[in-house]
Design a binder for this molecule. Structure first.
Ligand code: SF4
Ligand code: SF4
Length: 331
């Protein structure tokens, strides 16, 4: 487990979440929020964190983010206003003091102001120190210091500061905000809510305490896989891929990208995928391989033997089955 990488990913995630929750003001929401979730600047980091940590909360968050469709920025902005501005008062408050002190500008606001100053930081916007965006920016700063630290003592100290800040501030109220967002009707904000909850629940971000590895897809009976590619199509993080060279067609798993969602297992028409512990040191795991057939007309490689067998098993032995796509029409 590479904890430096993990804190680097958390830095990207917290920075991105801070941007989504910052009051849009005259600048508006960040332009990337109009893109599909897979194009958001922290999608890859979320995938890697979900793969490393392997809890249900992280899996749900990564899958929800992968399912966010692109949308006009004005639509996202209108959703923000529905959720955090409201006609008379905000349906969801974004200030810690509202939750902890029962009012705005409570003791928490001033305690946080002092904390940032003690760390040599100055808020550069008009927001109060206990606004969600500022707390998330501070967490990104702590994660950045931790991943840049040069020795074990510094790494431990920054890590402990980050965990203490989650325990005494961000983790006290933002997971509740996350749960409320996750119940909203807006997929982008559902994903943001799930990410807040997953990343700010302290015991869920200490993967070194885990005793078992998260489960990964495996194929024990390779000859039963028909290389149909359905599993590749449903995988939310592109952890699965089909590779073709002149001799073989193969199905590969990139284990650092697998968020353990089981979608591939459920979609497989041949029911050949099982989720199990994988002890291979390699990150790239061969799940299935089949030699390609040779087109009897032009001699070029055609479909894999696995695909040809699947056709023959299902509909007999049609005359075109062994030809490549090009020769099939003139066979
Ligand atoms: S594992 Fe299942 S879904 Fe994936 S290619 Fe093989 S048969 Fe198709
Ligand atoms: S490989 Fe399977 S379990 Fe892993 S993320 Fe893709 S669909 Fe989910």
């Amino acid at each position: 487990m590479n904890l430096t990488k993990q804190t680097h990913f958390l830095d990207a995630l917290y920075s991105g979440l801070a941007e989504t929750l910052a009051s849009p003001g005259t600048l508006g929401l960040p332009a990337w929020m109009s893109l599909a979730g897979k194009e958001w600047p922290f999608f890859n980091e979320v995938t890697r964190l979900a793969a490393m940590i392997g809890t249900k909360a992280w899996t749900r968050a990564a899958v929800a983010l992968s399912e966010v469709s692109s949308s006009a920025l004005t639509t996202r902005q209108a959703e923000y206003e529905q959720l955090f501005v409201g006609a008379t008062h905000p349906p969801i408050w974004l200030y810690e003091s509202h939750y902890v002190d029962g009012r705005m500008l409570g003791p928490t606001t001033f305690a946080l102001s002092k904390l940032y100053t003690a760390c040599g930081l100055e808020a550069d916007g008009a927001e109060l120190p206990d606004h969600a965006a500022l707390e998330l920016s501070f967490l990104a700063y702590l994660a950045r210091q931790e991943s840049a630290a040069m020795d074990a003592v510094q790494i431990r100290e920054w890590g402990e500061t980050r965990k203490l800040f989650i325990k005494s501030h961000a983790g006290v109220w933002l997971p509740e905000v996350g749960k409320t967002l996750a119940r909203s009707n807006y997929p982008a904000w559902v994903a943001i809510g799930l990410l807040l909850t997953a990343s700010l629940t302290e015991q869920k971000i200490t993967p070194q305490l885990k005793t078992t590895s998260p489960l990964l897809p495996q194929i024990k009976e390779m000859d039963k896989c028909i290389l149909c590619g359905f599993c590749v199509q449903v995988c939310p993080t592109r952890a699965l891929a089909i590779h073709e060279d002149r001799e073989t067609t193969s199905l590969w798993l990139s284990s650092p990208l697998c968020v353990h969602c089981n979608k591939c297992m459920h979609v497989c028409p041949e029911k050949v995928i099982e989720m199990g512990e994988e002890n291979l040191p390699s990150h790239l795991i061969l799940l299935c391989e089949s030699p390609r057939g040779i087109c009897p007309k032009c001699g070029e490689p055609t479909f894999s033997q696995a695909e040809i067998k699947a056709v023959v098993d299902k509909i007999g032995n049609p005359p075109w089955v062994e030809y490549c796509l090009k020769c099939r029409t003139i066979a």
